[in-house]
Design a protein around this ligand. Structure first.
Ligand code: ZN
Length: 249
């Protein structure tokens, strides 16, 4: 009886293993790429990446976009213009950075994207080299709160210390600057924002770039210093922004 049960169990395991292995690397990738959640998330990643170029937040292939689908992170590949990427070019990595889908190399800024997903509940991350935001990153340690939309990012936006692009050091500096915020500037480099989804992450980047342009415009008036919002005014605005969703006065 015992040996019969053991035989059945062994056969059962073998069957499971055989099925798993029979998928193989090549045959298992295709069904995953065909998953509807991955297909639609990848389409959104490409649309958002194209938007960063169209809206002038990045030039050429700089900047990158990612979205989380379960334990996978879909991320734009390195060095390929977004308009040349299609549905079949999906690049997915796990949270350790191992590529699980696609042939193209992930963005060199993968450490920053993964650091955000490991440390927060982010569903999407957008990184750009937006010109006004990058200019501000060279001037101050924190974007002065000139507008109540600062509340969208959790408070005054910090500038992360400089480190070489693509390094774990830069990712660590970024995480420190993101503490309690959903966006930060990277000194002499650009922006990082995250959100529940790509629309929110993108909107935060666009608002951050706009606020940087606003501050540069106001602070550039000779002999005048822009007025700033205080902590209570920012907290009040943040509360209202949360409560009213997209209504921003
Ligand atoms: Zn960059």
């Amino acid at each position: 009886m015992v040996s019969t049960a053991a035989t059945v169990k062994t056969l059962g395991e073998r069957k499971v293993n055989w099925n798993g292995r029979s998928g193989g690397v090549n045959r298992r990738r295709e069904p995953m790429a065909e998953r509807e959640d991955i297909r639609s998330a990848w389409a959104e990643v490409l649309a958002t990446a194209s938007r960063t170029t169209a809206d002038g937040l990045v030039v050429g292939t700089s900047g990158n976009v990612s979205a989380r689908v379960g334990d996978l992170v879909l991320v734009t590949p390195s060095g390929i213009p977004y308009d040349r990427l299609g549905p079949g070019d999906v690049v997915a990595v796990d949270l350790a950075g191992r590529r699980v889908l696609g042939e193209l190399p992930p963005t060199s800024e993968l450490p920053m994207h993964l650091a955000v997903y490991r440390a927060t509940d982010a569903g999407a991350v957008v990184h750009t080299h937006a010109v006004h935001a990058t200019a501000v990153s060279t001037l101050v340690d924190e974007l002065p709160p000139v507008h109540y939309l600062t509340g969208l990012l959790g408070g005054p936006v910090r500038v992360a210390d400089y480190a070489l692009y693509g390094t774990d050091e830069l990712a660590a500096n970024m995480l420190r600057a993101l503490d309690g915020r959903s966006g930060c500037l990277l000194r002499n480099h650009g922006t990082v924002t995250y959100g529940a989804g790509l629309d929110q992450a993108y909107d935060r980047t666009a608002q951050l770039e706009w606020m940087c342009r606003l501050w540069l415009t106001a602070s550039g008036v000779p002999g005048r210093v822009p007025s700033l919002l205080g902590p209570e005014q920012l907290a009040e605005a943040a509360e209202k922004l949360r409560g009213y969703g997209r209504s921003r006065g």
